[in-house]
Ligand binder design. Structure first.
Ligand SMILES: Nc1ncnc2c1ncn2[C@@H]1O[C@H](COP(=O)(O)OP(=O)(O)O)[C@@H](O)[C@H]1O
Ligand SMILES: [Mg+2]
Length: 241
């Protein structure tokens, strides 16, 4: 059984069709990459899967059950977590507090929430910053905090929306490594990323969308040499380095 199945997913905003009949599947413990030019509908696809928006048409199945239109907190309990492209931590609260907010998805006990949060901070090699206020973190550390908050909800499927944007190359390498370790720990990962080097290195398969439609799908090597993909990116929007 696939972890996630998206069938003929369509999302309209007024007259604008942001996602158009999108089909895709993700197997358990797979890393699927989603790429496409700005405005292609990538974040909208995530929002439809994570319950932020109800699809206009089409279906989303998680572990074999239809989840269309269920609320984000319901889906979070079922095991879907996402990061947001624009990170919004509680700026005046500490890193630990922010991660604990995620752990409370699965427990009401403060001690358990704290223990879980600490485990995640250690896994992310972030525990030394646990007492820093989120508003004082560097961009790289804010991204890490965003991932930690999502992980604290103990997801089976993690949706990462451009978590590497704005990071230094060494920070990108660290995150690539970290996402690989997450997969090894049993999590299935769906990742949107603009940095081609990172998404090529990470993904088992890549789906490419343009104007809300799938224009290519396959191994990183296959999509990188696909004529439609190259055409969609003319204008050099992608960071190739
Ligand atoms: N809440 C919204 N209301 C109206 N239009 C939206 C909304 N969210 C996204 N859009 C539009 O949908 C299209 C796809 O956006 P988005 O999914 O954010 O693209 P991407 O993440 O690929 O850059 C864009 O044209 C965007 O302006
Ligand atoms: Mg986006």
């Amino acid at each position: 059984m696939n972890m996630l199945e998206v069938k003929q997913l369509t999302k309209d905003f007024g007259g604008l069709r942001a996602i158009d009949s999108l089909d895709l599947t993700i197997g358990k413990q797979e890393i699927l990459g989603l790429i496409g030019p700005n405005g292609a509908g990538k974040s909208t696809a995530f929002n439809c899967i994570a319950g932020v928006y109800a699809p206009t048409m089409g279906d989303v199945y998680f572990e074999g059950s239809r989840i269309n239109g269920q609320k984000p907190w319901v889906l979070c309990k079922k095991g879907i977590a996402r990061t947001f492209q624009i990170v919004k931590p509680f700026a005046t609260k500490t890193v630990l507090y922010n991660v604990m907010v995620g752990s409370f998805a699965n427990t009401n006990k403060r001690s358990e929430a704290k223990e879980k949060a600490m485990q995640i901070l250690e896994f992310l090699q972030f525990a030394d910053k646990k007492d820093i206020r989120a508003g004082n973190l560097t961009i790289g550390d804010r991204k890490r905090l965003e991932i930690a908050r999502a992980l604290a909800t103990e997801p089976k499927l993690l949706l990462l929306d451009e978590v590497m944007a704005g990071l230094r190359p060494s920070e990108v390498d660290e995150l690539v490594d970290m996402v690989r370790r997450l997969r090894q720990s049993g999590i299935t990962i769906f990742v949107i990323e603009h940095i081609m080097r990172a998404i090529m290195a990470l993904s088992d398969r890549i789906v490419v969308i343009h104007f809300g439609r799938k224009i290519a799908e396959g191994s990183p090597e296959k999509v990188a040499s696909d004529e439609n993909v190259i055409k969609a990116y003319l204008g050099g929007e992608y960071v190739v380095s």
